[in-house]
Ligand binder design. Structure first.
Ligand SMILES: [Fe+2]
Length: 471
């Protein structure tokens, strides 16, 4: 019914302004740079997000439904180079061939309009629109209901989904964890059907070597998890998935505080029976920052909010942003005594928490995150660095009418310390309608950008960013 008009205004928050998609794939060199691109920055800055082409209904479109598009800037080979490409999985190709919508989307699952999905085609789109993982020299674009999609670098061509030689038996989170010291990648997937969660380990050669179901009482929106050197940490938190609720006119996904909140801790190669569950204060976690072992304790850092409005994707009437926006939070789970201590680490509302990925699964002193705009949902107006030793939060705000996305940590090619590197994100000036790539020195976030690239084309707001360092 609807081909989204890129850049056109929309009554749907997620199709309006700089949430609106772009309608072309482009390549650009000779980019205008303000400041100096650091010489010790070499690799690919990547950002992925929903960039819908055909939608069933503009009104009912949900931001989780958009076709994945990657925007990339390559650094370290002379002047920076930009490229953007759709992820072209089968569902996308079917809609391209039809020239219209085929898949209806999250908010229209119960719409009586007959399905257009051809016989033999996948029942849902592998949108690959959410986040990246880089493991075994392979870049994956991820979508938590689907298997990972292999993407070629630097072309951004879609190689296609992988099931790890047929061994992957579950959906694949958008936030797997790579332990760079051992080379293992830990992942899981959740679903409506039992077992609601399954977990796998993929070894450093890319072979899936371990899978176990994880029993929870009811399906939940388990968007992220965490891994320490010895343990894997699952979050059974109360954004529940309820088909019956949906059939009776309610949201399929909703905040259900009576479900409670539990953290499950299991050895890296453990099985279902090895999971120890710890009751914690009820809240909502969308993204973790990191976990690590500290003596008898497993330490978990994540952005946690009191409440959530996932069904309305943050745009519902009466939406209470102060309660829905997360803050950096710590749980210390003592595996010897069974005691959990928890506390808020920083008062700055934030999400899209990241660490220097080189240190993932091991103690980190610093966490980085997007700083929420307190008055508009799904909008980051700055970036922060939290120092775990001093408890200090340092913030850089992008400026009036300027909003950014996830800032990824790109280590310096000469990195010696954890924060030797740069925070890179796309920022959009909504008055000038100008997108920029902003590069901050992670050692001095408050100082503002060391370099800003004026993007020759608009880069819509998206989901997660990634960094793949040069070999
Ligand atoms: Fe995410």
């Amino acid at each position: 019914m609807v081909k989204v008009r890129a850049g056109a205004p929309s009554d749907n928050f997620f199709l309006d302004g700089n949430f609106s998609p772009v309608d072309e794939e482009r390549d650009a060199e000779s980019l205008e740079v303000i400041g100096i691109i650091p010489e010790d920055l070499a690799g690919h800055f990547l950002r992925i997000g929903p960039n819908p082409v055909h939608v069933f209904s503009e009104e009912a479109y949900h931001t989780f439904d958009g076709d994945g598009m990657i925007h990339a800037i390559e650094f370290g080979k002379g002047a920076p180079r930009y490229r953007n490409r759709w992820v072209k999985n089968e569902g996308f190709q079917i809609e391209q061939a039809q020239g219209d919508w085929v898949y209806k989307g999250l908010n229209s699952m119960l719409d009586p309009t007959p399905s257009r999905v051809p016989e033999g085609a996948p029942p849902g789109k592998n949108l690959a629109n959410t986040a990246f993982a880089y493991h075994n020299k392979t870049l994956y674009a991820l979508h938590e209901g689907s298997p990972p999609t292999v993407i070629d670098l630097p072309t951004l061509d879609t190689v296609g989904p992988t099931h790890f030689d047929g061994k992957l038996s579950h959906p694949f989170t958008a936030h797997p964890k790579v332990d760079q010291r051992t080379g293992e990648m830990m992942t899981y997937g959740y679903s409506f059907a039992e077992p609601y969660v399954k977990y796998s380990v993929i070894d450093k050669q890319g072979e899936l070597v371990h899978t176990t179901p994880i029993t929870i009482s009811k399906p939940v929106f388990m968007h992220d998890f965490a891994v320490s050197e010895t343990h894997t940490v699952f979050l059974d938190f109360p954004i529940t998935l309820d088909i019956e609720r949906a059939m009776s006119g309610g949201p399929a996904l909703d905040f259900e505080p009576e479900h409670g909140s539990r953290i499950g801790v299991m050895p890296r190669y453990g099985n279902d029976a090895d999971v120890r569950w710890f009751e914690v204060e009820t809240g909502v976690v969308v993204h973790t920052a990191n976990a690590w072992d500290d003596g008898d304790e497993v330490v978990l850092h994540a952005s946690r909010s009191k409440n959530a409005d996932i069904a309305g994707a943050g745009t519902s009437e009466g939406n209470n942003l102060a309660e829905n926006q997360g803050k950096l939070y710590e749980w210390r789970i003592n595996l010897k005594t069974g005691k959990v201590t928890e506390r808020t680490l920083s008062d700055t509302p934030c999400d899209f928490t990241r660490v220097n990925d080189t240190y993932a699964c091991y103690p980190t002193q610093y966490a980085y995150a997007g700083v929420f705009n307190p008055t508009r949902p799904f909008t980051f107006d700055g970036v922060m660095k939290y120092d775990n030793k001093t408890g200090e939060t340092t913030v850089f705000k992008y400026g009036e009418h300027r909003h950014g996305g996830e800032a990824v940590f790109a280590p310096s090619t000469a990195a010696a310390a954890e924060d030797d590197g740069y925070l890179i994100s796309f920022v959009h000036d909504e008055v000038a309608n100008q997108s920029e790539c902003v590069i901050l020195n992670a050692k001095d976030v408050a100082a503002g950008p060391v370099a800003t690239i004026k993007m020759p084309f608009r880069v819509p707001y998206g989901f997660h960013a990634g960094w793949v360092g040069a070999d």
